[in-house]
Design a protein around this ligand. Structure first.
Ligand SMILES: [Mn+2]
Length: 274
């Protein structure tokens, strides 16, 4: 195969304004890829907030014609701030949005919640591709056994854990979005608080990726868990903005996946500001 025509995609974890690390990661990934330019670079969202150069990251992705991103919760927050969310604009952490141009804001408004790489994108061989060979990129995650079209926005940009639910006979029925209340009490979207609390003594939440059975998903949003590698999902948020790593994944076929990462600087002075 002519390598120059080989299709390659670089997927990048949560950047959070770490512009220098983003460029460094892209360079390192190119080296790993024998200097063959990536056909597409796709970011898992949370381009901005917390880190030092949010506006530059947004502009870089916008102006690079083959770079794309899905929408993260921080991208949504920044967009709301630019659109006049006063409570957000009063916070130091959103001061940087004043550097955004109208085109940048339009770009943020247009970010999709998911990007799908079709199963036959890499075009390898004569294999007949099934639906399962698609790759989905989403910021946070998805709830299993639900069509992409019926996933809720809150799920796609904020989920980390799933709560397994059981019927009266202790038979597993389904997974639900799991969230912690302030103070650590469990809430699951149901109004029957007593029943939920009782229930949850037995039902421990699980990382959503452990329960996902395909199609393959690449996500971010979970710096505490760092790199997550499951059978059908990879989590790439390795805490770049917390002095961890910025991680990327080079896709060169449906099964060939190569991780690449760069060490990042510590940006704690900015993180701490409310
Ligand atoms: Mn996030």
């Amino acid at each position: 195969m002519n390598n120059q025509k080989k299709k390659n995609i670089l997927v990048v974890g949560d950047v959070h304004g770490c512009y220098n690390e983003l460029l460094e990661l892209h360079n390192k990934a190119l080296n790993e890829n024998d200097q063959i330019p990536f056909q597409y670079v796709i970011l898992v969202g949370d381009l901005c907030n917390k880190g030092p150069e949010s506006a530059k990251v947004i502009r870089h992705v916008r102006l690079s014609s083959n770079w794309f991103s899905v929408r993260g919760n921080h991208d949504d927050g920044a967009l709301l701030a630019t659109l006049g969310g006063r409570s957000r604009l009063q916070k130091n952490k959103y001061q940087w949005v004043e550097a955004l141009s109208d085109d940048d804001v339009q770009f943020m408004a247009d970010l999709p919640y998911t990007i799908k790489i079709p199963g036959d994108f890499f075009g390898v061989g004569e294999i007949k591709f099934e639906q399962n060979d698609d790759t989905i990129i989403v910021h946070a995650g998805l709830i299993p056994n639900r069509e992409i079209e019926t996933q809720e926005i809150k799920t796609m940009i904020t989920i980390r854990d799933l709560l397994p639910r059981y019927d009266e006979d202790d038979k597993f029925t389904h997974y639900e979005y799991y969230e912690k209340r302030k103070g650590g009490i469990i809430e699951n979207g149901c109004n029957d608080t007593k029943a939920i609390c009782k229930d949850n003594k037995e039902n421990d939440p699980v990382p959503w990726g452990t329960a996902w059975n395909g199609p393959f998903v690449i996500f971010g949003h979970d710096a505490k868990r760092k790199l997550q590698m499951y059978d059908n999902a990879i989590g790439l948020d390795t805490g770049a903005v917390y002095g961890g790593m910025l991680t990327g994944l080079i896709l060169s076929s449906n099964t060939e996946r190569k991780l690449v990462s760069v060490k990042s600087k510590e940006y704690s002075a900015i993180i701490g500001k409310k």
